[in-house]
Write a protein that binds this ligand. Structure first.
Ligand code: 26V
Length: 821
């Protein structure tokens, strides 16, 4: 394809094709074209370039009959694609040149690109990084997800409070998708199960009286980085079936019938914006089943193109469940195998468990999905029967191995019984999979030892670890072009394909000239972010100050409030001693709170209130600045991360499954201040403990504290500065006209027992920040550690992560796609 030299893409060709699309897709001349028209036309030029690769890739997978992996996820937080695709196709230079000929600036066009925010945070962004790595490593892989009409909400601040606004990303059309109505799938919900006599098999359960609606697939090409592979992300959109409630239409109740049609189309209307909390809404369950049902059917359909039966299904297909959200895939595969293909249960079960694998992304009890039996019975009556049967057989095996152990039975059962009965989706996923993985070393250990000790004893070989990673192509090459160019200049471009080559930078860490170049780039990235902040928020920023960055979803366990407490402490120190020598610091926050998460929304208001006071207080004299950037998303992350000096990764130990922002920041030269949690631990092991600021209680210490009735007041009583900070929060000293505003935050840390151990870690955190401050005052020592961070982050490429999945779980191999004519 395009990587054969004789077939190079020229500027002339791009310019000509862009004009063609401007005329025939947009009906415009260059003179009247808007920036969006120009973007649309250029995006179509890029899209045209991958069509051959897209079909060639599918054709090759089919002909060679390779084993494929299907990544099922309710979220894919892919962000913008244009610039990434240009880099993947290696057509940056001719593109710039071509657009210049047309008097168009590539960066303006790139800015018009559409942000696909089909995810909440870490889990969704990880899925997007995986798609990048799978295509770039030439793996036969597919993403399956939902085409939400509204992705994650846009965040605005009104008087410091978060306001949620709808995200209308599809409003102007989306150039990266191709609708495929010919692969529309039917989906069934509701109804009941009847036992109907079958002459051959006797009484058989038959699901009847269901409601049917349709799933229309939209494909987004996932272009491998400078390879011929173009994989696809298939997103399903819900539609009413023409026959939907035909009975109501026929009764003449046209309006009601149309209303009910709407119901079907509501299924993919909106992404649920909660992160780490399970609300248990009926529509959400239907969303999850909708994803599973049409994806599984599509997988079976593809399998049957080459195979006359399903006997070797597990040898040819791997299904990865991204958390428990698609765990109904286990029951759906069983239903299809047993009911539709009349396979004996044991055979069906063997194939299902060999096919499926499950990744756990959180240990927070409030996030673990359980669905009321009554609800599943109403929405998916046949699936409930199957789940019961799975459970029955599983518990029989447990009983045989551990006779009379009713406590064990009750713990591992797929059904939770406390008043009302619910299905434990994690248990279903574990029993129905051949591999279960956590996403960082500590997390996988805690999953085994604390959350599922009984399960991991029953299945000692099932539980494994695969530490997360990030695609360095977006999170270094694309977002930090100057640093990328410097690296390539020094060690060549091999790191783009193999991030481990970054270790070649290590000898340069103490090289003064290199340090200078390296820090000059950081400084320019900080200037750029500073300018953006000044333009958008009218807060003047000093690029020489330490940029202290905490960007991630807002959650009490992530402890944005802890850094706020530190900030308040610094402010109070200045107020007490205005002349004190303090390192100038810019606190940068960005985070969305779940719309129903009361404490998190108060915390946003608190940070914004502190910002107003601190940023305007003449005593501070510009030494502290506080910025809360609204509407954190992938594109904003790409601007903030290259400009960060300090990366805040201060979750309560044991609570952050992995974190991936921690990796992005360190890869861009930020030093981490963090707890012994998630992938921070592996980062410390790779960059060296002398190049990271680790502080705070460890998980086993907190566990012990909790068991010995932890008392936050003891820390309060022994620390005057802590008292002073808490008092400021309690009485809202930032706006005395609303004195009780932050009482709930104060209570959470004190009267309500401080569930996330802020009080225990406060002083330890301050001590660590003091070390940060001392080091930042020695620019050369700082530069050395910063360079070593970059040089030693190679292991955190999602290429390494995906290789581990491919080898340990999926059993799939790369396959090169040949050049097309
Ligand atoms: C749960 C739910 C419950 C139902 C409503 C919608 C919803 C959305 C998301 C979630 C679970 C979120 C779990 C999650 O994002 N975990 C994060 O996964 C990252 C990738 O593995 C990891 O780096 C983060 O530490 C972890 O918090």
């Amino acid at each position: 394809m395009y990587f054969s030299k004789d077939n190079a893409v020229t500027a002339e060709m791009i310019a000509e094709r862009a004009l063609f699309h401007l005329k025939y897709s947009r009906g415009k001349t260059l003179q009247v074209a808007t920036d969006f028209d120009k973007f649309w036309s250029f995006a179509h030029v890029v899209r045209d370039l991958v069509i051959d690769g897209f079909t060639a890739t599918q054709e090759e997978y089919l002909q060679k009959d390779v084993k494929r992996v299907y990544y099922l996820s309710m979220e894919f937080l892919i962000g913008k694609l244009l610039e990434r695709n240009v880099l993947a196709l290696d057509i940056l230079k001719p593109s710039i040149e071509a657009l210049k000929k047309l008097d168009i600036d590539l960066s303006t066009v790139i800015q018009m690109d559409i942000e696909a925010g089909l995810g909440n945070g870490g889990l969704g962004r990880l899925a997007a990084c995986f798609l990048d790595s799978m295509a770039s490593m030439e793996l036969p892989a597919y993403g399956y997800g939902l085409r939400y009409e509204h992705g994650i909400f846009r965040q605005e601040f009104e008087d410091g409070w978060q306001q949620e606004r709808p995200d209308n990303w599809l409003e102007l059309g989306y150039p990266w998708e191709m609708v495929r109505p010919e692969y529309t799938m039917p989906v069934f919900v509701y109804g009941r199960v009847e036992n109907i006599s079958d002459t051959r098999r006797g009484k058989q359960p038959v699901w009847t009286d269901w409601q049917m609606f349709k799933a229309v697939p939209y494909d987004i090409p996932m272009i491998g980085f400078q390879t011929n592979t173009v994989n696809m992300l298939r997103l399903w959109s819900a539609r009413a079936d023409e026959g939907f409630r035909l009975d109501v239409f026929n009764q003449g109740d046209y309006v009601r019938a149309v209303e009910e049609k709407n119901w079907a189309e509501n299924v993919t209307k909106v992404l649920y914006p909660s992160d780490n909390t399970h609300a248990g809404q009926e529509l959400r369950l239907i969303q999850e089943y909708f994803l599973v049902s049409c994806s599984v059917r599509d997988i079976v359909r593809r399998h049957e193109k080459k195979h006359s039966d399903l006997r070797d299904f597990a040898e040819k297909n791997a299904v990865q469940m991204n958390d428990t959200h698609p765990a109904l895939a286990v029951a759906e595969l069983m239903r299809i195998f047993c009911d539709e293909y009349e396979m004996p249960w044991d055979n069906a079960w063997e194939i299902t468990t060999k096919t499926c694998a499950y990744t756990n992304h959180t240990l927070l009890p409030e996030a673990l999905e359980t669905w009321p039996v009554e609800l599943i019975n109403r929405v998916l009556p046949r699936h409930l029967q199957i789940i019961y049967e799975i459970n029955h057989r599983f518990l029989q095996r447990v009983e045989m191995a551990h006779p009379g152990n009713s406590e064990l039975i009750q713990k591992v059962s797929l059904i939770e019984e406390n008043g009302h009965r619910s299905v434990r989706m994690a248990n279903l996923a574990v029993v129905g999979s051949h591999a279960v993985n956590g996403v960082a070393g500590l997390h996988s250990k805690l999953l085994r030892e604390r959350v599922m000790p009984e399960m991991s004893e029953l299945y000692p070989n099932k539980f494994i670890n695969v530490t997360n990673g990030i695609t360095h192509r977006r999170w270094l090459l694309k977002c930090n072009p100057e640093l990328s160019a410097l690296i390539t200049d020094k060690i060549g471009s091999g790191w783009i394909h193999n991030l481990k080559e970054l270790t070649k930078l290590e000898p340069l860490a103490t090289d003064k000239a290199f340090q200078k170049e390296f820090m000059a780039i950081k400084r320019r990235n900080k200037e750029a972010l500073g300018k953006m902040i000044e333009n958008d928020l009218h807060i003047p920023i000093h690029p020489d100050s330490l940029f202290d960055v905490q960007v991630k979803r807002l959650h009490m366990y992530k402890r944005q409030l802890l850094s706020t407490m530190y900030l308040i402490t610094l402010y109070q120190r200045i107020k007490a001693n205005p002349k004190m020598d303090i390192l100038p610091r810019t606190f940068v926050f960005a985070a969305k709170a779940a719309p129903g998460y009361h404490l998190a929304k108060r915390l946003i208001k608190l940070i914004n209130s502190v910002a107003v006071v601190v940023n305007h207080d003449p005593d501070v004299a510009g030494r502290l600045k506080v910025v809360f950037l609204p509407d954190y998303n992938v594109s904003l992350a790409e601007k903030i991360i290259p400009a960060a000096d300090l990366s805040e990764q201060i979750s309560t130990a044991g609570k952050e499954a992995s974190g991936t922002g921690n990796m992005k920041l360190s890869l861009n030269g930020a030093l981490t201040i963090g707890t012994w949690d998630g992938a921070n631990i592996e980062i410390a092991q790779h960059v060296g403990e002398e190049n990271i600021f680790i502080f705070g209680h460890r998980e086993e210490e907190l566990h012990a504290l909790a068991q010995n009735s932890y008392n936050p007041w003891t820390y309060y009583d022994n620390d005057q500065e802590l008292q002073h900070v808490l008092e400021a929060i309690r009485v809202n000293s930032f706006d005395p006209s609303q004195p009780a505003l932050f009482m709930d935050l104060f209570d959470d840390l004190t009267r309500h027992g401080d569930p996330f151990f802020y009080m225990a870690d406060y002083r330890l955190y301050l001590d660590a920040q003091e070390k940060v401050e001392a080091l930042f005052r020695q620019p050369e020592a700082w530069a050395e550690k910063s360079i070593l961070n970059v040089a030693r982050m190679g292991w955190f490429s999602s290429d390494r992560t995906i290789n581990e999945y491919a080898e340990k779980i999926w059993g799939i191999k790369p396959i090169s796609i040949p050049d097309t004519e």
